[in-house]
Write a protein that binds this ligand. Sequence first.
Ligand code: GLN
Length: 538
Amino acid sequence: METKYIFVTGGVVSSLGKGIISSSLACLLKARGLRVTIQKFDPYINIDPGTLNPYEHGECYVTVDGHEADLDLGHYERFTNVQTTRANNVTTGRIYQSVIDKERRGDYLGKTVQIVPHVTDEIKRNVKLLGNTGKFDYVITEIGGTVGDIESLPYLEAVRQLRWELGQNALCIHLTYVPYIRAAKELKTKPTQHSVKQLQEVGIQPDILVLRTEHDIPADMRRKIALFCNVSPDAVIQSPDVPSIYQVPLKMHDQHLDEIVLRKTGVPVEGKPDMAAWLHFLERMEKAEESVTIGLVGKYVELQDAYKSINESLFQAATYNDRKLNLVYIHSEKLNDGNVGEKLSGMDGVIIAPGFGHRGIDGKFVALKWCREHDVPTFGICLGMQCMVIEFARDVLGLADANSTEMDPTTPHNVIDLMEDQKSVTAKGGTMRLGAYDCVLVTGSRAAAAYGCTEVKERHRHRFEFNNDYRERFEAAGMKCVGENPDTHLVEVVELPDHRWFIGTQYHPEYSSTVLSPNPIFLDFIKAAIAYKHDKQK
Ligand code: GLN
């Protein structure tokens, strides 16, 4: 079948969850046996979000092929179980860079280079890249930002042209917000009407409207919206707030979103999506009564999107262990020897978060020492693993001034050091060790037991690394290097085997955990946390 293109735009306000709606639709189409991918076009000038502070756009997600991507790609993978790549996330910066490179090469043959047609053509070319591989029946394109933003205009113009060129092979879904005015006890449709008008002004007629709402929108109100917005009544779908984002695909299916998309793109509607495994997950989620309490020690804890993939991985792992996740954010800057016991004693497990730079690092050492001495299940990820190594060096190896050269370039004991091939790198964008690398785990290690195998492939994003010169001293004192890259011998996993569960991974296992295939090391960590909780209660 010819590739179909679905465009998802958003109106009224940002943060409505275009990523979740796109992912939910993809999840349903995939469950119908169709081949689906989702891509995101971000209207900012950065080449990728790798150089952005998490306060700007939350977590930076990493794809297997080493692209630093928008966090929505994490949702795409978690909902579809299909890996994304660099082609799934394009920014205005990349579009312009490619147009300017072409201009310098002389590709435009003396023409004046303009937003229309040159920038819009470049956007269109990128929209079709994944579709042109022949690997997908549906390519869902999420346009970042909100309709009406100056910077999204070239994208909307590209969508308008593509709609025209692709005919029935293209479809537009517009996501808006229907606010509830408490004083008047009324839902209001006007912002939606205005937002659709704005889309129509740039020449785009949405085929489907998805209305985000905190209250049920009555059928007559949906019919009114359909009438005002030129959309068929059955294609006005409401998306009420639900306790878990993983319930959204079913909410969408209940209102036939998948069928409407098939019909409007000329694909026969046969049978139903096979959501058995997904439903099984939701059932366990809904049935779970007991909770497991995990403390996440990091410096961005006031920002819920900063550790998105870790949160979701923990949630998935808790669900598959039939537990509710009680995630407690612990600000690493506020942790000290005086309050650590009070802050951590209620935790069944502790995660030491990834990160960059010195801020909040001392609190991570305080937490690690306390967890190590109280034998609490502890999981260090990336900088968290590096902190495990440093804390152990200081406290157990007696190297009081051990550090990472990231924090102290002159430390006499650089137990964490800049990787050799990073030493000549000065540019910041896209230059870390990025993407999936092989890791061989030591047979009999806790990590190998967690994975149930000794060869894994996980994703990375770092410049600093365990210093192998110290390896023997660590191992002799009890911290084992149980995972390494077979080609470079970089240490990827450390653990304390005489502890209940004390593992640090240089890689980020949170990027590969999905609803249908939760990451084994998170599953094992939660299992250890539950066991610890039971032991504490004895
Ligand atoms: N800052 C550390 C490094 O670059 C860790 C990075 C991270 O936690 N992602 O190696």
